[in-house]
Design a protein around this ligand. Sequence first.
Ligand code: MG
Length: 343
Amino acid sequence: MRYLLSHRRYRLPFRAPLRTAHGGFEAREGFFLRLQDEQGRVGLGEAATLPWFGTESVEAVGEWLRTLGPEPGANDLAEIPASAGCLRNAVAAARSMIAGEDVPEAKPLPVAALLPAGRAALGRIAPLAEAGFRTFKWKVGVGDLADELALLDDVCAQLPDGARLRLDANGAWDRRQAERWLERTAERPVEFVEQPAFAEPTAGRARVRRTEDLLLGLAGDFPTPLALDESLVGDGDVERWLGAGWPGVYVIKPSLCADPGAVLGRLAAAKAPVVFSSALETALGARAALAWAFRWKGPVRALGFGVWPLFADARFDGPVLAPFMRREDVMRIDPEAVWNALT
Ligand code: MG
């Protein structure tokens, strides 16, 4: 089987620059690709690389696309290595579209609302609760530890009945800081604490190992569940943490998995708790990523897809923030229109 392969590189400015642990983030870069099979059926995919998160670079995707050429065979596509996971993901999504796989029928899925860091969170909770949100995510580890801890009770006091709070530290804490937080969250409606600590792979093997031991230790010592996000980049990371007996939540960005079906199959077999999350991809990639969330048979936790509107050009946005994501919201995304917007 041979395919016609075309691709378009994109650089899309955000409506406003995002603040991340890695500094300001002003525009999203990646590739769209389009495959057409011998019967003329077309599939589209997005390689939404995030190199600072550990994926291949957008240049590496470009190199591979040049290597594949305009008429790759199925064998050529199978040779894309796992180290080019975002490109493999895009090819798999395009082929899945060609095969006519779609978003399965499922109930609407809840979506988590993102609160700004610090005191600014307080003013946002009531309107979001009024709109129907019941899961809130608050970035911590940004300001002074004592100030943030003091705010926790004010944030919890504003939550509507039955609501749950996610804390995301983005790896900011050391052991002592994490312990102070986890002592405090035990009696509060905290669903989980995401990535209390993290060591970049570039920090060296010993440091990474110590941080992983710290995470496992904290997960065993405190009742509040912990979640891994930055720790999960390649498909092999999920396998490794399953092997280590990680008792907490796995935050999965399907767009960054080389083979989302295999990763999610392993997590399902292990009955692991999963949260589906955006990789700040465009609507094209988000359609494929959200389809995985609708296919998930395990307990569904609120989606980490409350990110839109995100881009300066709204044609690249997915469904706007709402307390629930319905199957029809995902089906309404027209991959062809997103592809065509990039001319
Ligand atoms: Mg996170």
